[in-house]
Design a protein around this ligand. Structure first.
Ligand code: PLP
Length: 447
């Protein structure tokens, strides 16, 4: 018998997982030190791990769950569909109903195509833009995450050593081995800086198929894009024969018709995902009928042939339709008001404790930064080593107190939550701020 201390079930499972899964995980997001936790079951906004510990879930599977876990209406509808079959080499009525419903939520959605992930939706929107314009290049904002397609991935995580000049950001690869040709076909623009962005776009104006934009980009700071910037991108694309593509994979939950409702302009195409799947894998491309028709298999010349084995499978369509119908205008407004309550509470806690932090957000999402000034772009949002240490201390504190957050200290609200859950999170954050202020005071005194 060894003297190894008794391990938790999660620790033991992780040892096994490392043998067959690279790093022991299937998605890097769930990695935690010293080991990930393993979910056992969940209901509403509470998740219980296999150790039996229950936490309030503000991560919501990376912003994809609007109604928390195991919503009875979704469970019932999906269970019924499971018994009738999960995927066919036939179309289904439910995909037509869901397409009609999504198009009814946004006047700019003439047509929609379903896919299986946000990555695929962004990829499809880029390929549709290329097919429509006959041009090879795309433009995207520095630091914005758009999934894993080679082109969409460029400059997703640049660092000071490779991000280049502010007036001309470098096209930095994420994955080793990304072809140079992919980097060359992506123009990186600074977020919220219309003048510099246009100067960069102008240099490639005859070759740009689309400007890809997330108007509330998580990694760029989770602060809504300034109207002047969004309008400038709309005007530039219109004037130069390019398309404006919004990535609303996360932000569609921000308003009834998506975060684009905040602006007076509309994109040509929108990539959707996450929440519209009602808890199942999903993506969709929606937008202008003439652009969407590049995928029309009945056209004389099909410019962008498009398919996918599990696209529009009836399980996802069923869950998605129920989830989105439940997320009606009053539900959107209620979640946004709860998020606003959280932001105000966190701001008050920062003020009261003097902790060096700020909070940004929009719709039903917010993010706590370890810096005093809300960032306007990726370089301002970039966390220093010292900020990362403070961030991780805060996340650990929240976790111990029973709260699951996205690992940037971002949160999303779900409909099973009420003021009690919001106020509990604010109180836990305040406790975390106080602990760190105390600790920082002690370390300052001991220097
Ligand atoms: C803005 C945005 N676009 C695209 C994606 C990719 O979506 P998926 O993980 O479903 O491929 C994500 C995922 O986090 C996202 O946040």
């Amino acid at each position: 018998m060894s003297n190894t201390p008794a391990q938790s079930r999660s620790a033991a499972l992780y040892e096994r997982a490392k043998v067959t899964l690279p790093g022991g995980v299937s998605r890097n997001t769930v990695l935690r030190k010293p080991h990930p936790l393993y979910a056992d079951h969940a209901s509403g906004c509470r998740v219980t791990d296999i150790e039996g510990v229950e936490r309030i879930d503000f991560a919501n599977n990376m912003a994809s769950l609007l109604h928390g876990h195991a919503h009875p209406a979704i469970v019932e509808a999906v269970t019924e569909q499971l018994g009738r079959g999960t995927a066919f080499t036939l179309a289904t009525e439910i995909e037509v109903r869901f397409a009609e419903y999504l198009c009814s939520r946004n006047p700019g959605f003439d047509k929609v195509r379903f896919v299986n992930s946000g990555t695929e939706a962004v990829m499809g929107a880029i390929k549709a833009s290329r097919a429509f314009t006959g041009r090879p290049m795309i433009a995207k904002a520095e630091g914005a995450y758009h999934g894993q397609y080679d082109y969409a991935e460029v400059s997703q995580t640049p660092k000071p050593e490779n991000w280049g000049r502010a007036d001309s950001p470098a096209s930095a690869p994420v994955a080793h081995g990304t072809p140079a040709s992919a980097l060359e076909d992506v123009v990186v623009i600074p977020f919220n800086d219309p003048e510099r962005a246009i100067a960069i776009l102008d240099r490639h104006k005859d070759r740009i198929a689309c400007v890809l934009l997330d108007v509330l980009p998580h990694r760029v700071g989770l602060r809504p894009a300034e109207a002047e910037f969004v309008e400038a991108m709309r005007a530039w694309t219109t004037a130069n024969g390019a398309l404006l593509v919004f990535d609303e994979v996360i932000t569609f939950r921000a308003e009834f018709g998506g975060a684009q409702d905040w602006y007076e302009i509309a994109p040509d195409l929108t990539a959707l995902g996450k929440a519209i799947g009602g808890g199942f894998p999903v993506g969709a491309i929606a937008g202008r009928g003439d652009v969407m028709d590049v995928m029309n298999p009945l056209a004389d010349k099909v410019l962008f042939p498009h398919s996918g084995t599990f696209s529009a499978n009836p399980i996802t369509m069923t869950a998605g339709l129920v989830a989105m119908e439940l997320f009606d205008k009053p539900a959107v407004a209620r979640l946004n008001a709860l998020s606003q309550r959280a932001v105000q509470g966190i701001e008050a806690a920062i003020e009261a404790t003097g902790f060096e932090a700020c909070v940004t957000g929009g719709g039903s999402m917010f993010r706590v930064h370890m810096k005093r000034t809300p960032p306007r772009n990726y370089r301002e949002a970039f966390a220093s080593e010292e900020e990362l240490v403070r961030l991780n201390l805060l996340l650990d504190h929240l976790f111990e107190q029973g709260f699951m957050m996205i690992n940037t200290c971002s949160a999303t609200i779900s409909t099973p939550m009420g003021e009690a859950e919001i106020d509990a999170l604010v109180a836990a954050l305040r406790g975390g701020f106080e602990r760190q202020v105390e600790r920082e005071g002690q370390s300052a005194r001991s220097v």
